[in-house]
Design a protein around this ligand. Structure first.
Ligand SMILES: *Cc1c(COP(=O)(O)O)cnc(C)c1O
Length: 346
């Protein structure tokens, strides 16, 4: 048996999703004439309580459009040191938009408003780089799928605005935060000027993300999207997958969370120092394997030989992610294999 837990981006479209895609109504979206894209944008803007939304090929492009709107070339953004926007977007903010960045150290990806505010420079004059945007990620990917407390996000929004800074929310997995906590998507999204969301992670669409924000900002983002090479044509074919996913595959994220927690509990029963199950909030399980005598790479190789695929996130840590294409039997198998490996070197 194979449990492919490398990422929640691995899901393949279901038969029903493919049907929805095949028969989607389409038009030229560069002319804003694709009815399925327009419907998806309206739906996601409404869900998140913002005026408008813009479909993008990737979450990275949605993030890069967001920060581009808030930060002029030569200015900076502030975020945490595990943020996707810093670590996994290939320096795009610097390369494409002339944006520099500084970050505060985080434990588990959790937002630290005081640290962000201490780093931010809003009165630098002609001497120091000015900070114009704070980026927060919810849930936090490299932090281990952690959910940001709504109160911290509200505090960040208030304090950033007091100092004239914008907030961009990297909500690639905001769906997971919503399903895990029951906090409405719009309550999280109200804490930011722009929000990116991905359809291609746990929701199970093959491609697609959106940026949401004010109508003015989305009009500007539309220009930058074209400039970045992201103006697409009859892309309703892809938007239809997103609409299908929102209707049929949002609430089921709870199953991924439950399976991930099941394995966290199984692991901690044999190796209490490998993971704190209370820090496993959603569908991402990060294990510390060094105390059990493993390097991350060796552990991943051994698990892979037994059909459990994940990846090493550091010299002594590994990551496993639950998604639509992982069922109970594969979860039981993963729990057994990870437990066995973690106790094998005692
Ligand atoms: C996946 C992800 C993105 C976007 O990634 P793409 O591969 O560009 O779609 C952005 N932020 C976070 C936190 C992610 O996990």
């Amino acid at each position: 048996m194979i449990a492919d837990l490398r990422s929640d981006t691995l899901t393949r479209p279901t038969e029903a999703m493919r049907q929805a895609m095949a028969w989607a109504e389409v038009g030229d979206d560069v002319y804003a004439e694709d009815p399925t894209v327009l419907a998806l944008q309206r739906q996601v803007a409404d869900l998140l309580g913002h005026e408008d939304a813009l479909f993008t090929p990737t979450g990275s492009m949605a993030n890069q459009l967001g920060v581009r709107l808030h930060v002029a070339p030569g200015q900076e953004l502030v975020t945490d040191d595990l943020a996707h926007v810093l670590r996994a977007e290939m320096g795009a903010a610097a390369v494409l938009s002339g944006i520099s960045a500084r970050s505060y150290p985080t434990v588990g990806g959790l937002l630290d408003v005081d640290a962000a505010m201490t780093l931010a420079v809003t009165d630098g004059g002609a001497y120091q780089v000015g900070t114009s945007c704070v980026v927060v990620e919810n849930t936090h990917n490299f932090g281990g799928g952690t959910v940001q407390p709504l109160e911290s996000m509200q505090e960040l929004h208030r304090r950033a605005h007091e100092r004239g800074m914008a907030v961009h929310l990297d909500g690639a997995r905001l769906w997971n935060a919503h399903v895990a906590t029951g906090v409405p998507l719009a309550d999280y999204a109200a804490c930011a000027d722009t929000v990116s969301v991905c359809l291609s992670k746990g929701l199970g669409a093959p491609v697609g993300s959106l940026l949401v924000g004010s109508a003015d900002r989305m009009a500007e983002a539309r220009v930058w999207r074209k400039r970045f090479g992201g103006g697409m044509r009859q892309v309703g074919i892809l938007a239809a997958a997103g609409r299908y996913a929102l209707e049929h595959q949002l609430e089921r994220l709870a199953e991924d969370h439950a399976r991930c927690q099941q394995v966290a509990q199984a692991v901690v029963a044999v190796r209490p120092d490998a993971v704190d199950p209370t820090a496993v909030h959603t569908n991402i399980l990060v294990l510390q394997v060094a105390p059990a005598g493993w390097t991350g790479a060796d552990f991943i190789a051994a698990a892979g030989e037994r059909g459990v695929l994940g990846y090493a996130t550091g010299p002594g840590s590994v990551r496993f992610v639950w998604h639509l294409d992982v069922d109970d039997a594969q979860t039981d198998h993963a729990a057994a294999v990870l437990g066995e490996l973690l106790s094998s070197r005692d």
